[in-house]
Design a protein around this ligand. Structure first.
Ligand SMILES: [Zn+2]
Length: 282
């Protein structure tokens, strides 16, 4: 089967911004750690992505001159767009190296549509079957990989870009934040969703234990999910494969994010917060 994906290069979009004199000067390339003194002790605070631990950890693995180019990707199925007969939903990119007031704006440096993901229509013959759920997840990841491939080519050695001030920087791309609603994040993380044994995107809390939250649970990690899939693929019997997958609440699909080796998908996701209004939760 053939599926179409429409996208533009994340790298080219970011390079244009780095060279632009009105936006380029606002880029922050180095991770920072800031603390406040409350009268008795210092405490670490975070108000921009480059002050957060993930930014610091990613940069620590680069050569001394290596700088992080930190992408934020946002998808929302609710923002359906029509393109002729086709329906799809947009992938929007932002850069976490820019201050929030720029990447959250509608001007240059604000969110840019860089991809157009396909809606795989439900088919009554297959709906609700595990194989169809795997199929839909596989399509999503294959298409998303095309978008990620526009930066993953620069992961190993980075890329020198001469910025707006004529100064060259060796930049290494990463994905710092993936923003979406729960349903969409479950597809990104390849977890089986609310009804599975481990429905959380962040930790391995069991479904039966959720009412006991907050409790200390092992955090989800890409390397552990990969290990589980390796175990699944080494089984000969379909039943045995399914048992492992059900126990872990995972889909048997190769993640598009494996290509971005300096990120852990589970560290880029977050809970979908409930909004409490007048005592009712939505
Ligand atoms: Zn959790």
């Amino acid at each position: 089967m053939e599926f179409e994906v429409h996208y533009q290069s994340l790298w080219d979009w970011a390079s244009d911004l780095l060279k632009d004199t009105s936006v380029g000067l606002y880029f922050v390339f180095d991770a920072q750690r800031l603390s406040n003194f409350d009268g008795s002790s210092f405490f670490h605070f975070i108000d921009e992505p480059w002050i957060a631990d993930n930014f610091w950890n990613v940069q620590s693995d680069f050569p001394p001159d290596g700088k992080v180019l930190a992408f934020i990707l946002y998808t929302d199925k609710a923002k359906l767009l029509s393109f002729g007969q086709q329906k799809g939903y947009p992938v929007v990119v932002q850069l976490a190296n820019l201050p929030t007031w720029i990447w959250n704006s509608e001007g240059l440096g604000g969110g840019q549509v860089v991809g157009w993901l396909l809606i795989v229509n439900e088919d009554k013959r297959y709906s609700g079957k595990t194989s169809f759920a795997n199929f839909k997840n596989l399509i999503w990841h294959e298409l998303f990989k095309e978008i990620l491939d526009t930066i993953s080519v620069y992961l190993k050695n980075g890329c020198w870009v001469t910025c707006w001030d004529g100064v060259p920087h060796q930049l290494f791309p990463t994905i710092l934040i993936l923003s979406a609603d729960y349903e969409e994040q479950a597809v990104m993380a390849l977890i089986c969703g609310v009804m599975s044994h481990h429905p959380c995107l962040v930790c391995l809390i069991h479904q039966n234990e959720i009412s006991k939250f907050p409790m200390n649970c092992e955090l989800c990690m890409s390397k552990n999910a990969s290990k589980t899939l390796q175990e699944v693929w080494s089984q000969n019997q379909v039943d045995e494969k399914e048992q492992i997958l059900i126990k872990q609440g995972l889909h048997d699909v190769d993640s598009a994010f494996h290509a971005v080796t300096n990120m852990d998908i589970y560290h880029t996701l977050c809970w979908d917060c409930l909004v409490i209004i007048c005592g009712e939760s939505f």
